[in-house]
Design a protein around this ligand. Structure first.
Ligand code: ADP
Length: 611
């Protein structure tokens, strides 16, 4: 009972979610489905109505010509309906792929928009996996959830017709068929329950094997896998988890087998019962031979349509439960508070961190322990400290990738949670330590679609020209002009070789320069460089520093570095230790604090570098 209610609820929810968007996207699909519905509903009646005519003719006048007319009518109608059915089926297959791609794209978009914090949340990750598989092969996608509905409508139409035929000649036959149907429906429901339980249990395993598969084949991990001989370990792990999946599959098969046999048996009982009853009616002269033939055919159709109705409903419930995983993910509750306040772009921004504490989700370890910091427009702040002091975490909080556990971050005196999230994100151009480039052209890696579609016609062309000039400018500033000039395809050169044999594998330093150029291209009011020069050679590093003032002039710049000598370029230095700002001031001030952390680190590094 409970389950029934839940099923109905899910069906309602998935239709409410999917039907409007599907109809808007591909209306044609629904017209084709309707056409197929009519074909499928009419089809069984060709035989039911025509066969008794042939029998009557054979038992009566035996007019060969008339019999041939009937046969030709049957064949021609079957042929026409068959062709129409095939055509509609073919079109539906094409729509199925289109829908699959469309909803995959919608899902990917949602995954990309997901609160970043949730990307480490096991429950959210499992939900993503359930959404992916649930809306693909488990439910059959959009077509998978719409098909049973149309099949049910078609069965209902057919049923109405054959019921009328049976009720007129042999009403008891209906009772025989209905009893067996109830039984078959019950058995099938049990079968579905087993499958759904299996689906729920395997979500995690599917995710793990997916992860293993990704690492095994992604060239990004190629060097580490080879040099640390990790292949065997990867394959072993993959086999282990795949083994669990396989075991589950066979376990499910074994559990379902007796039920499959019961279903086959119910078919036999139904045939026997119908033939026995209708045969007896004919033998005792209650019905004519022609009606007897018609009833055989009608009872088969009734049973099949009824069974199809029940099975399709059950199939729909099952598929709806799978597809509902997609809807659940699309509605996954946000963990971030997002406001709608607009950011005044013209004012001189001030960021203020007040007693900010933070622990990563699912962890009790306090990473930030009461950070207080203020940043004014044009200010350049260096953040230094030992590994694990919480420097990067601070940046992640400032960029709203995570929420503080307590305390607040204010922009122009207002808590950042109150601002429109996208507008807030526009304020930052960070280069993270683990930045990623994409297997697109260099230009695309810089522009990231920011200029595209903004305007049409001439304006778009002007924009494109401006974008090209800006790309060239930031690449020069990041020290990549020479490199680009040496490439036959220039800025159109594709990064990595995944899709283009002419693509390049940029060195670590070149990748870092590209990432810096991307940040410069965004031209945001706050530039954040987290270990920006770690992969650069001393000359390139010097160049970046030399230009640094120029590059971030008038902007807030936060600069995390282990190379303390480079911090002298900044107005202020915040020294992080154990998740809090322990020292704060200019280089001159800090280096003169007796026994201070900065003085100690600077002394150690100066000694190391300059002997
Ligand atoms: P820093 O940038 O100063 O080297 P981080 O801010 O990267 O330090 O890290 C501070 C602490 O937070 C470290 O102990 C690190 O292990 C932990 N940490 C970083 N990222 C995560 C995460 N996603 N989940 C849990 N702990 C994390």
């Amino acid at each position: 009972m409970e389950k029934n209610k839940k099923d109905k609820g899910n069906i309602r929810k998935i239709y409410k979610y999917f039907l409007p968007s599907a109809f808007q996207k591909y209306k044609g699909y629904f017209f084709v489905r309707f056409g197929l519905l009519l074909v499928n509903s009419i089809r069984p009646f060709v035989n039911i109505l025509a066969l008794p005519m042939i029998v009557d003719e054979l038992l009566g006048n035996r007019n060969f010509e008339r019999i041939m007319h009937i046969v030709i009518f049957i064949i021609a109608t079957e042929f026409l309906l068959g062709i129409l059915g095939g055509l509609f089926g073919n079109l539906i297959e094409r729509y199925t792929t289109k829908f699959e791609n469309y909803y995959k794209m919608v899902l990917s978009k949602r995954i990309m928009e997901l609160d970043f914090q949730l990307t480490e949340d096991k429950k959210a990750l499992d939900q993503i996996e359930a959404a992916k598989t649930g809306m693909s092969w488990y439910s059959g996608g959009l077509n998978g959830i719409v098909e049973p509905l149309f099949n049910m409508a078609s069965s209902a139409l057919t049923l109405a017709g054959v019921t009328a035929i049976i009720v007129t000649s042999a009403p008891l036959l209906l009772v025989v068929i209905l009893v067996i149907l109830l039984f078959a429906g019950y058995v099938n429901a049990k079968r579905n329950v087993i499958e759904q339980k299996f689906f729920a249990e395997l979500s995690k395993e599917n995710r793990i094997t997916g992860y293993m598969g990704w690492h095994l084949t992604n060239f990004k991990y190629g060097k580490d896998i080879r040099l640390y001989a990790a292949k065997e370990m990867m394959v072993e792990k993959w086999n282990y988890h795949q083994g669990i999946i396989n075991e589950n599959w066979s376990g499910m098969g074994v559990k379902q087998l007796p039920l499959e046999l019961l279903l086959a048996l119910s078919d036999v009982v139904r045939d026997f019962g119908s033939y026995f009853y209708v045969g007896a009616l004919a033998i005792f002269g209650k019905i004519s031979i022609a009606t007897c033939t018609q009833l055989f055919s009608a009872s088969g159709t009734f049973y099949n349509s009824m069974r199809m109705l029940v099975m399709n409903y059950q199939e729909l419930c099952k598929r709806a439960n799978y597809a509902y995983e997609y809807v659940k993910f699309m509605d996954y509750p946000a963990v971030m508070q997002k406001g709608d306040r607009h950011i005044d772009k013209d004012r001189e921004h001030i960021f203020e961190l007040r007693d900010v504490h933070f622990s990563y989700p699912g962890s009790d370890v306090s990473v930030l322990n009461g950070v207080n910091l203020t940043l004014h427009k044009g200010e350049h702040l260096a953040v230094v400290g030992l590994n694990g002091a919480g420097k990067t975490t601070l940046i992640k909080l400032l960029c709203r990738l995570y929420e503080p556990t307590s305390g607040e971050i204010l922009l122009d005196g207002v808590n950042i949670t109150q601002y429109d999230y996208d507008e807030y994100m526009e304020l930052f151009a960070p280069v993270f330590q683990d930045f990623q480039l994409f297997a697109f052209s260099m230009k695309e890696n810089l522009v990231m679609g920011r200029e595209a579609d903004a305007k049409g016609g001439d304006a778009k062309e002007t924009d494109a020209k401006e974008a090209d000039a800006k790309v060239a400018d930031v690449l020069t500033k990041a020290g990549l002009a020479e490199k680009i000039a040496s490439l036959p395809n220039g800025v159109e050169t594709v990064v990595y070789k995944h899709f283009d044999s002419e693509g390049i594998e940029p060195s670590g330093g070149e990748q870092q320069k590209l990432a810096i150029a991307r940040a410069l291209y965004k031209d945001a009011p706050v530039v954040i460089l987290d270990e920006p020069t770690a992969a650069l050679d001393p000359m390139a590093e010097y160049e970046i520093y030399r230009q640094f003032e120029e590059l971030v002039k008038g902007k807030i710049a936060i600069y995390i570095s282990h190379r303390l000598s480079s911090c002298q370029f900044c107005d202020r230095i915040a020294v992080f230790s154990e998740g809090a700002v322990k020292e704060y001031g200019t280089h001159e001030e800090l280096v003169n604090i007796e026994g201070g952390l900065y003085a100690e680190m600077f002394g150690a590094q100066a000694q190391y570098y300059y002997g």
